[in-house]
Design a protein around this ligand. Structure first.
Ligand SMILES: O=C1O[C@H](COP(=O)(O)O)[C@@H](O)[C@H](O)[C@H]1O
Length: 256
């Protein structure tokens, strides 16, 4: 049984604080049930605020950070340490301040990594790393929570509207010619995203309102990739009030 919900917070700061609190509790519960936890991080502006809120929360002490696997939903295919890499931003915002196990921080390969400037080979390498962490016949580990930002155009991870990634049968793909810089990226596909127990779509600001509204109004997953993702147990839309201004009426009445 999968549940779907929309929660609207007053502003971006409250949204970031609330998502950080949710994330900490989710990790605590996963560790209580299974001894470890697995989270997929996203990039972007609201993610940076969530990461900082986790870092600054006293409740972070309740998580065994050495028993958390960190994965990424997408990466800007740039050299290691580039400030535009989602990995660099997450490390600086919170991972470098927490007692994580470096072997459990699974960054996507960089453009100066073992595959050089070849995003297809880098994507295949990340798929292999995921498969190595999977159990039984699975080719992906089971993610407890997978967070996504939502682009103004409705993209999630680096799955952009109308791009081949929207109908790719693989779990990890190289993206070339992305409409948002940089053009070369690596991304989980919607198919891979949809294996996570919980998928959280986090969105802030008026610029996201149209995409969020379309995604929750039945748009197709190629036109609006955010419309094509869900968790196996829960799908949560976590919004600030500005991102929620074009929500369909049925969601607005629940979030007055
Ligand atoms: O480029 C990307 O953009 C999206 C959204 O970022 P935002 O700053 O508009 O919130 C992000 O989710 C994705 O991970 C990132 O690579």
């Amino acid at each position: 049984m999968t549940s779907s919900s929309v929660v609207v917070h007053r502003d971006a700061e409250i949204l970031a604080q609330a998502v950080a609190a949710r994330l900490i509790v989710r990790l605590i519960d996963a560790q209580a049930n299974r001894g470890s936890a697995s989270v997929v991080l996203t990039g972007g502006r609201i993610a940076a605020r969530i990461h900082a809120a986790v870092r600054d929360s006293p409740a972070r002490e309740a998580v065994d950070w050495s028993a958390v696997d960190f994965w990424w939903g997408d990466e800007r295919f740039l050299p290691a340490g580039d400030p535009e890499r989602n990995e660099t931003q997450a490390r600086e915002a919170f991972l470098d301040t927490l007692p994580v196990d470096p072997a459990r921080v699974h960054a996507m390969p960089a453009a100066d990594g073992p595959d050089g400037d070849d995003p297809e080979a880098a994507a295949a390498r990340y798929a292999a790393e995921l498969a190595d962490s999977a159990t039984g016949d699975l080719v992906l580990p089971t993610f407890d929570v997978l967070m996504l930002g939502v682009g103004e155009d409705g993209h999630v991870a680096s799955v952009f509207p109308g791009h081949p990634a929207t109908y790719d049968e693989r779990d990890v793909v190289a993206v070339r010619g992305a409409p948002k810089p940089p053009p070369n990226r690596i991304s989980l596909t919607q198919r891979a995203i949809n294996t996570a127990r919980e998928v959280w779509l986090v969105s802030s600001g008026f610029g996201k309102a149209a995409a969020v509204g379309l995604a929750l109004s039945g748009a197709g997953p190629v036109q609006i990739p955010a419309a094509g993702v869900h968790g196996t147990s829960a799908t949560r839309w976590l919004l600030d009030a500005d991102a929620a201004v074009e929500l369909p009426q049925k969601f607005r009445s629940l979030n007055k």
